[in-house]
Design a protein around this ligand. Structure first.
Ligand code: F6P
Length: 382
């Protein structure tokens, strides 16, 4: 199909929601309607709407005034993969799965959708992969507060989550100081420590625990012990939900076998608090920010990023792109093969410039490493 023959696109938001989803929907739909006179269909609740044929036209009016709104006007779903769709449960509660990709493709054809815009993270791109392989033109747009989608240096939603976490950590700072306490704050991020690292640095947290750098109890005892006795007498510890003790396992809150990513992490904050309490006798409190990081209006940087991503998705589609993911690399917008990013996560490199800088300022990562003079980190992109 030539780019000029694209008359109608479908758009869906998949996976966990994040600030900026509506800004992307608006950017895609307004560009399509205004510049190319392309019709836009909104698919409800992610891939589930494609399975259940819940697809409705989106007018210019529908997408006006939504730039600043949190959530997604289309609804989303992080428990739906059409190639492994849960149709019921066998005796004993084991889920029964069925591949309903064909049903989705029938619905795409029925609505004469020429291209599908999938706004999502690695899980949504994985769900989209069979459609690309079946010849459907899918253009992906990278979303997630976790900032962990392979192929792009940034996803929209992340900077707002960092901002929210930073504000919370700032508030914990003053109460920690007043009560001479250790405040442990758990943040989301799955297997990547981007939110903890970035909000930790932005808030001047004393210790940052991320999954990429396993922590050692002895190092924590040494560091927190000296802050509490010889230092300022309080400490702020930010913990990524995927953080793990050296040689240990991640802390799992629950397991959802029907979800494309069945593991839900959570609870490491409380475990870290127990370790610090036991080893230093400090007065410790825990806060888990959880879904607070996913809610609310996007900050300006995310509105701008979302607008750029949405516009670029339409621009490359009309230039003839097929099966591509819009990305930003070295501050430039481009695109990569969607199948390469599908299901792949981007973790924090342990030589990241922010880690090196934080260590130089005396921040602990819960390990026995210290900053070495003359060390210059290479990777700089958050
Ligand atoms: O991927 C976004 C995210 O918020 C992760 O940081 C977190 O681990 C997960 O989703 C939580 O999922 P749910 O909304 O199903 O609890």
């Amino acid at each position: 199909m030539s780019p000029e023959s694209i008359r109608r696109i479908g758009i869906l938001t998949g996976g966990g929601d994040c600030p900026g989803l509506n800004a992307v929907i608006r950017a895609v739909a307004k560009t399509a309607i205004l510049q190319y006179r392309i019709e836009v269909l909104g698919i409800e609740d992610g891939f589930q709407g494609l399975i259940e044929d819940r697809i409705r036209p989106l007018s210019f009016r529908d997408v006006s005034g939504i730039l600043t709104r949190g959530g997604t006007i289309l609804g989303t779903n992080n428990r739906c993969n059409p190639s492994r769709w849960c149709t019921g449960f066998a005796a004993g509660g084991t889920p029964i799965f069925s591949d309903v990709t064909g049903t989705c493709i029938d619905n795409i054809r029925k609505h004469r959708i020429d291209a599908l815009i999938v706004i999502g993270g690695d899980g949504s791109m994985k769900c989209a992969a069979p459609f690309v392989e079946a010849g459907i033109n899918v253009i992906g747009i990278p979303k997630t507060i976790d900032n962990d989608l392979y192929g792009t240096e940034i996803t929209f939603g992340f900077l707002t989550a960092v901002n929210t976490a930073t504000e919370a950590l700032d508030r914990l700072h003053s109460t920690a100081d007043s009560h001479h306490r250790v405040m442990v704050c758990e943040v989301m991020g799955r297997n990547a420590g981007w939110i903890a690292l970035t909000a930790g640095v932005a808030s001047g947290s004393d210790m940052i625990l991320i999954p990429e750098i396993p922590f050692h109890e002895s190092a924590m005892e040494e560091f927190i012990g000296s802050r509490m006795s010889g230092g300022p007498g309080f400490a702020i510890v930010v913990v990524a939900e995927g953080a793990v003790a050296a040689g240990g396992q991640q802390t799992i809150a629950r397991f959802d076998p029907t979800s494309p990513d069945p593991v839900r992490l959570g609870g490491i904050g409380e475990r870290v608090a127990e370790i610090i309490r036991a080893r230093t006798k400090a007065d410790v409190r825990t806060t888990a920010l959880g879904h607070v990081l996913r809610g609310g209006a996007p900050i300006a940087a995310d509105r701008i990023l979302a607008t750029n991503f949405g516009y670029h998705a339409l621009a490359i589609l009309l230039e003839g792109a097929r099966g591509r993911l819009v990305v930003r690399e070295n501050n430039v917008f481009s695109d990569v093969d969607l199948l390469v990013s599908a299901g792949r996560q981007r973790l924090v490199p342990t030589d990241h410039a922010l880690i090196t800088a934080a260590r130089a300022l005396g921040t602990s990562f819960g390990d026995h490493e210290v900053h070495r003079l003359g060390t210059r980190a290479q990777s700089t992109t958050v």
